[in-house]
Design a protein around this ligand. Structure first.
Ligand code: CU
Length: 112
């Protein structure tokens, strides 16, 4: 079951609601596949957990992305095995994300 939980909001920009796309990210083997998601405003990113452990996709602020990520935090919360959570992108920007339980897991959403 997919539920809309969080909104990705980064640098302010003018929304242009075109055709929304669904981006599917599979979490498998303690990694996000793909780990870099290039999306547009209005798109949805669906995180599906194919591991036997719970995971999250949680925005983090680090490195050069700090200023951008600060205003655009998102958090799927815990995604159970075989579960999925969707986030919708409302603003452009770059946000790095990780798993709350496994900090070695990294990904990035680039929204234009
Ligand atoms: Cu994890």
């Amino acid at each position: 079951m997919t539920r809309i939980l969080a909104t990705l909001a980064v640098a302010a920009t003018t929304a242009s609601p075109a055709l929304a796309t669904e981006h599917h990210v599979t979490i498998r083997g303690m990694a996000f596949h793909p780990s870099v998601i290039e999306a547009e405003i209005g798109d949805t990113v669906i995180f599906a957990n194919a591991d036997d452990l719970p995971h999250t996709a949680t925005a983090i602020a680090r490195g050069l992305d700090t200023a951008q990520a600060r205003g655009g935090a998102f958090d799927t919360g815990m995604i159970d095995p075989a579960g999925s959570v969707a986030i919708r992108i409302t603003r452009s920007g770059v946000v790095e994300f990780s798993c709350d339980y496994h900090p070695s897991m990294h990904g990035r959403i680039v929204a234009e």
